[in-house]
Write a protein that binds this ligand. Sequence first.
Ligand code: KG4
Ligand code: ZN
Length: 362
Amino acid sequence: MTTVLGIESSCDETAAAVVRGDAAAGRGQILSNVVFDQMDLHAAYGGVVPEIAARAHAEKLDVAVAQALEEASVSLRDVDAIAVTVGPGLIGGLVAGIACAQGLSLGSGLPLVAVNHLEGHALTPRLTDGLAYPYPMLLVSGGHCLFLIVRGPGQHERIGTTIDDAPGEAFDKVAKLLDLGFPGGPRVETVAKDGDPARFALPRPLMDRPGCDVSFSGLKTAVRVVRDDLVAGGGMTDRDIADLCAGFQAATRDVLVGKSRRAMAHFRAVFPDAGPAGFAIAGGVAANGTLRAGLETLAQDEGFEAVFPPLELCTDNGAMIAWAGLERFAAGLTGDLVPKPRFPVATNPLTGVWTGKRGAKV
Ligand code: KG4
Ligand code: ZN
């Protein structure tokens, strides 16, 4: 058994956790999982402010680590390695997390393991459900939308990604457009419950193209156009807002379910002998009930088991970093302790418009 302390501070959660397990068995035990969110600090701005996030991480990291060790009833002497997120993410938070891990390592002599935040999300279904390699997955969060085939630590094939906004980002922007507050995803979902998803005709971007790439920027713009028309026509009623939220949520679900169907077909083509397989879904948007229901039905139809880690492990946390660190440590992949705001998780290269000006984002 290996015990790893994991540290996460790449966005707006300051998190530390202790996980114990056996990488070969592919399932771990979470001894503690401490998460401090910064929601109150960023709410007034309608989004994460990097400078505020970095300062809050610097103030809270040592508290999170001390609490994680205490709740796990272990000391650093019981720990085998310290894992820390080195990217992708906001540079200030990454630097704070790495400095914290390095300080702990200097004092204790423990080895450090550099973890890609997205690999943390990608390996969580092993920690929670013992999912065996290889498996296809959809990672949907505020910053990412990735279809991956996960084959092992450091072995992730990207089969689709967003060419513009991430779904969570689109939920947040739609919430802002409709004045629903922050964080947008849960607010849009709540308001959509009373809405008619069919009232407004919204696009399902890129569904007419082959492959698993997605786009959400046009959908967000379509929501804005409807809103502007309603406002110009005399203002929006609660019913209008509910219908628009329901329509947007249904369009997002349709795109992600449609592309997930292709990801499953791709997986079957590459691994025809894989037998019963899990299809994993992780990231903050996996909390969305409409999306979950759509993906569960799809998985049943296609002969996959839909694996959703528990919500608190879908959103950013330290346990996923500790587990990915544990698997990497066992494989001898300790990595480079350098902060990387852009850090592709996949091993296959991105091409064309997907790379952006400064290289691949994820
Ligand atoms: O994975 P996460 O906690 O953070 C990263 O982006 O890494 O995901 C946060 C995102 C936010 O954009 C939030 O609005 C979205 O997940 N989200 C949701 C729901 N809960 C959170 N989106 C739709 N429906 C939800 N219920
Ligand atoms: Zn995340």
